[in-house]
Design a protein around this ligand. Structure first.
Ligand SMILES: [Cu+2]
Length: 485
């Protein structure tokens, strides 16, 4: 970690806190002070140079975007010191890992905050193996300088005990927007997913719309600047490849609110893992679609020499930076973009063929409703009529250890929701009207006016948070806590 003079002075100013904080703020530790620290993350305001004429100021980990790639070993106790060099308490969430509630990084689950100008020592045993990530988990509300609107996210790779390694090279890609603003007038619908809207859900949505007729639509977030690995298209180093090479891409959508797509003209992606978990069927697709916080690992065989733009299907977003150049050895010229044919994302093509998921012990049905502009101009979200209360943090559901739960979500809104469960993985059992089995995830996109079903086994006791990963939705009601009996 590079420390400049300014940072040293700041650190010196916090020394009394440093000395006292580890005992106060430590979570999941309990060992003596002489432990070896694997990584140190420093949270502070700094600059990201997306392009020479687009330098943004935001909160970062270790002064860089994305935050450093953290490589952990599955099952090997790991210690991370987090230095919070900002004026507000922070939380680091270890997304996709099965770790205790007090280190998971969610205040709703009881993880202590990293105090402003304080330090927390976080210790846990990383698992499961695969592509995970870390990000802030504080509430942003109406503050676009807080939460995942900032640059507080970075990739994690948990090394498996055995690596199949049928590739020549690994490349991590972190997709991220900057310079957010609010706007009124609703979000643009995106044709990302297979499946059709359900009449009954549209009717619930219409009723909710009528109730809010006098109010205008709630605020949505838009962005001016788009980047891959912290650089706008054309301003970073290209990905340099050789003909015949098999490149394994680990793609993370680190957006606060958006769904992203990615295509490489003339090439196909063979998807090997979703959210870091190997898929039963490695289907080949021309386009990747990722909801907020989703990850896709996919192998691309480099068999079409040229200089290409690997980028988002949206011309606007790609034009404002959402892309990266792929350059074959010996090839020169202007990077080429060719729009792929429309392609809808279907999770079931990665599932087990002709297999059914295990029968659950219990099914919990949850209907999601949007209340237009109900909270000072922001949309409010309810699950079975209840918006999550940040004040009471009352658990909505109680689960019993060892039981298998099916969550059936019904989306009575036109928005796509990336649903996320903490501290557990889940198995998709029905999506876009199709039954499926074997796809293990921690985030899944639920289409507008559609239903999604997934199962999880209650095998990691402790308060467990469920929420939509769209920051604007989770901050305004779209959350629920699960409690173990
Ligand atoms: Cu949502």
């Amino acid at each position: 970690m590079p420390i400049d003079r300014r940072s040293l002075l700041k650190l010196a100013g916090t020394l009394p806190v440093l000395a006292a904080a580890p005992r106060l703020a430590r979570a999941g530790g309990g060992e003596a002070a002489a432990e070896k620290v694997d990584y140190t993350l420093r949270i502070a305001t700094d600059l990201v140079e997306l392009a020479p004429d687009h330098i943004v100021s935001t909160t970062l980990y270790n002064g860089q975007y994305p935050g450093p790639l953290l490589r952990f070993r599955e099952g090997q106790r790991t210690i991370v010191d987090v230095v919070n060099d900002t004026d507000t308490p922070e939380l680091v969430h270890w997304h996709g890992q099965f770790i205790p509630s007090d280190v998971d990084g969610s205040a709703e689950e009881g993880t202590p905050f990293i105090p402003a100008h304080g330090v927390s020592r976080i210790a846990f045993v990383p698992r499961p193996a695969g592509f995970r990530f870390y990000h802030t988990h504080v509430v942003a509300g109406n503050d676009l300088a807080r939460g995942t609107y900032t640059g507080q996210s970075g990739p994690v790779y948990i090394e498996p005990k055995h690596n199949p390694g049928a590739y020549d090279r690994e490349v991590f890609l972190v997709l991220k927007e900057f310079a957010p603003t609010f706007s009124r007038g609703g979000d643009m619908a995106i044709d990302a997913l297979t499946g059709s809207p359900l009449k009954a859900l549209q009717q619930i949505g219409e009723t909710a719309d009528k109730e809010a007729r006098e109010k205008s639509k709630g605020y949505e977030v838009g962005y001016a600047l788009f980047s891959i690995n912290g650089r706008m298209l054309g301003h970073g180093e290209p990905i340099r490849v050789k003909e015949g090479e098999r490149v394994l891409f680990h793609v993370l959508n680190a957006s606060a609110t958006e769904i992203r797509s990615l295509a490489l003209p003339g090439h196909v992606f063979r998807v090997t893992a979703l959210d870091g978990n190997p898929v039963p069927t490695q289907a080949e697709v021309p386009v990747l679609w990722l909801g907020t916080a989703e990850r896709i690992s996919a192998i691309v065989e480099m068999n079409r020499p040229g200089v290409w733009v690997m980028g988002d299907l949206s011309d606007d977003d790609r034009g404002n930076g959402m892309g990266i150049v792929v350059e074959y050895a010996g090839e020169k010229g202007k990077p080429q973009w060719v729009a792929p044919r429309p392609f809808r994302w279907d999770y079931t093509q990665f599932g087990k063929a002709n297999a059914a998921a295990a029968v659950p012990d219990e099914t919990i049905e949850i209907t999601v409703v949007k209340h237009n502009g109900a909270l000072n101009g922001f949309n409010e979200w309810t699950l079975n009529g209840e918006a999550f209360s940040m004040k009471t943090r009352r658990p909505m559901y109680t689960v019993h250890e060892g039981r298998r739960y099916r969550l059936k979500f019904r989306n009575a809104s036109d928005d796509i929701h990336p649903l996320h469960l903490h501290r557990h993985s889940f198995e998709l059992t029905r999506i876009g009207g199709k039954p499926t089995a074997g796809v293990i995830k921690d985030v899944v996109m639920m289409g507008g006016f559609q239903e999604v079903e997934f199962d999880f086994v209650a095998d990691n006791p402790g308060l467990t948070l469920f929420h939509c990963h769209q920051q604007l939705h989770m901050d305004f009601g779209f959350m629920a806590l699960f409690n173990y009996a």
